[in-house]
Ligand binder design. Structure first.
Ligand SMILES: Cc1cc2nc3c(=O)[nH]c(=O)nc-3n(C[C@H](O)[C@H](O)[C@H](O)COP(=O)(O)OP(=O)(O)OC[C@H]3O[C@@H](n4cnc5c(N)ncnc54)[C@H](O)[C@@H]3O)c2cc1C
Length: 512
């Protein structure tokens, strides 16, 4: 006697987010929950690596969390086998011996591409194991998606660039971090051969010559990557990094941060109250002999609950005034990168400036260079300088995701998804379901990962994405799918995506 038809699920994007959902579904199937066929659509060859941990990346681009603390995509933190899984893999594969520069204070910060290799290997063996959930990696790009038939609840049709079409009962969008957008003031330089608009593209810096005067716009972690690549290959020309506040990422401390403050019992509804309470907690931590990073860890773990308590205007206020400070403290640099940036500043190879870009143009004549004007922070004077190359390190261009990704553009045009109110990505409800143009959840349409940060708070580092992805896998098995697919394990209760709260012991998962 044949069983119920397996549910058909299409996941667009096979980075940490998409692969995390697929891994959660495989585990739910193994637990006796349901059966499904899962198409994991991504033109990239690796599973899990996505843009961030892609093979062939510069080995100087390191994970900013030591190997012992990187989250495992195949299991929940705290589950048997999940703890220190990446570190064990590194030991087995000789990654640590082969990369002595990765050590700092007894901890190892491997190349990001090694984490990608680890994810690919683990996920392939998880997906190859027999079970009621079958995952297929489709090496293709989804270019369009629409609902099958009229009305909600009839599933989706997904079209691929290669001409294939996949039918799905549920569709999960895991399209990740869109490349940075060139700031408006640099618009005249779009397409200029000396402007690197997307520093994440393979070989993006190949056109930068050793003696070039380079302007790096943005001073966050991507600036650290760019400086590491350029100096690592012997760059001799002056490097200038410019951002509004000139804040560079804090170095990752070697000690494991331990959350100890609880902001969620009575979550503030104003950003000024949250700031006041965070400052008081840092002062109290200091008196108790604990580092400020313990308070940051509390905020990181509780950010989903804190974000959902803030009304839209307060979220906007956070974006406008606090985001830059939060990012510089929260997204810490691997010690090797932090030391290099510090040393380069000390010996004059790198100048980090605080100021606002005012104008830019291509220089006339044979030089082929660029002329860029900025206003130093707190001053009225304008400073104009010539550069030979400009690298745009302004962070993921979430605002442009709808325009650049055909599948998102098409879904938005049909009113099946809409931008969140801050323009950071795709609006979702507390369970990760996309909201349509009228603000109603679309049955069977989910979004996971960085595009949800405007709605859910920070879903950016692997350690936040994985619980989110597993939560959506639970939601998919709970109520987004036809009851016929359940094979006897019972329908799991519908749950909101788990909100992280202060753990009683130090969190073991890493964070970007
Ligand atoms: C440069 C950089 C460095 C980072 N370093 C760290 C770190 O050290 N530690 C950490 O915890 N976090 C880090 N992060 C944070 C990062 O956001 C997450 O860790 C995570 O990798 C994001 O995974 P993702 O799957 O959501 O997105 P991505 O890795 O961007 O993957 C999205 C995937 O979707 C695919 N895709 C998009 N559109 C389509 C389509 N239409 N059809 C098919 N496929 C599609 C893409 O090809 C891509 O493979 C870093 C982020 C960046 C940008």
């Amino acid at each position: 006697m044949s069983g119920p038809e397996p549910v058909r699920i299409v996941i667009v994007g096979a980075g940490v987010s998409g692969s995390g959902v697929a891994a959660g579904l495989v585990r739910a199937g193994a637990a006796g929950g349901f059966s499904a066929t899962v198409d994991l659509v991504d033109p990239r060859p690796s599973l899990g690596a996505g843009l961030t941990y892609a093979p062939g990346g510069d080995p100087r681009h390191r994970v900013n969390v030591p190997s012992v603390r990187m989250a495992a995509v195949t299991g929940r933190t705290g589950e048997e086998g999940a703890e220190e899984d990446f570190h064990r893999w590194c030991l087995e594969r000789g990654v640590l011996e082969a990369d002595p520069a990765g050590w700092s204070e007894g901890l190892h910060y491997p190349a990001r591409s090694e984490f990608g290799r680890y994810l690919d290997e683990r996920l392939r063996s998880l997906f190859a194991a027999p079970g009621p959930v079958r995952v297929t990696h489709r090496r293709d790009r989804a270019v369009a998606a629409h609902r099958r038939g009229a009305g909600h609840g009839k599933g989706f049709v997904v079209e691929m660039a290669g001409g294939d079409v996949a039918e799905a009962d549920a569709l999960v969008l895991c399209t990740g971090n869109p490349p940075p957008e060139l700031p408006g003031v640099l618009a005249a330089l779009r397409g200029h051969p000396r402007v690197v608009a997307d520093p994440w593209a393979p070989g993006a810096l190949d056109g930068v010559a050793r003696d070039d005067r380079v302007l790096i716009v943005g001073t966050g972690l991507t600036m650290g990557d760019v400086v590491s690549t350029l100096l690592g290959r012997g760059h001799r020309g002056p490097l200038t990094a410019l951002s509004r506040h000139g804040l560079v990422p804090r170095p990752r401390p070697s000690g494991q941060a331990a959350s100890w403050a609880d902001f969620t019992a009575d979550p503030p509804t104003r950003i000024s109250d949250l700031l006041r309470r965070a400052r008081a907690a840092v002062a109290a931590a200091h008196r108790a002999g604990r580092p400020w990073t313990d308070v940051l860890e509390s905020l990181r773990l509780q950010n989903g609950a804190l974000w959902s308590a803030l009304p839209p205007d307060e979220r906007r206020r956070f974006q406008r005034h606090l985001r830059v400070w939060w990012d510089a403290h929260r997204f810490q640099a691997a010690p090797q990168v932090a030391r290099l940036v510090e040393a380069a500043q000390a010996d004059g190879r790198l100048a980090v400036l605080a100021g606002r870009l005012v104008a830019a143009c291509a220089e006339e004549g044979a030089s082929g260079g660029l002329w860029v004007v900025h206003r130093p922070r707190g001053g009225d004077d304008l400073v104009g300088r010539g550069y030979d190359a400009l690298v745009n390190c302004t962070g993921a261009g979430h605002g442009a995701a709808f325009g650049r990704n055909a599948v998102l553009a098409g879904l938005a045009a049909q009113g099946l998804i809409r931008p969140d109110r801050l323009g950071l990505g795709i609006e979702v409800d507390g369970r990760g379901r996309a909201l349509d143009a009228a603000g109603r959840p679309v049955p069977g349409l989910f979004v996971v990962g960085p595009p949800t940060r405007g709605s859910l708070g920070e879903v950016v580092g692997a350690s936040e994405i994985i619980p989110h992805a597993l939560g959506v896998a639970d939601a998919l098995t709970a109520d987004a799918l036809p009851a016929a697919a359940l094979t006897g394990g019972g329908r799991p209760a519908a749950t909101a995506i788990p909100r992280r709260t202060a753990p009683t012991s130090p969190a073991r998962s890493g964070s970007r």
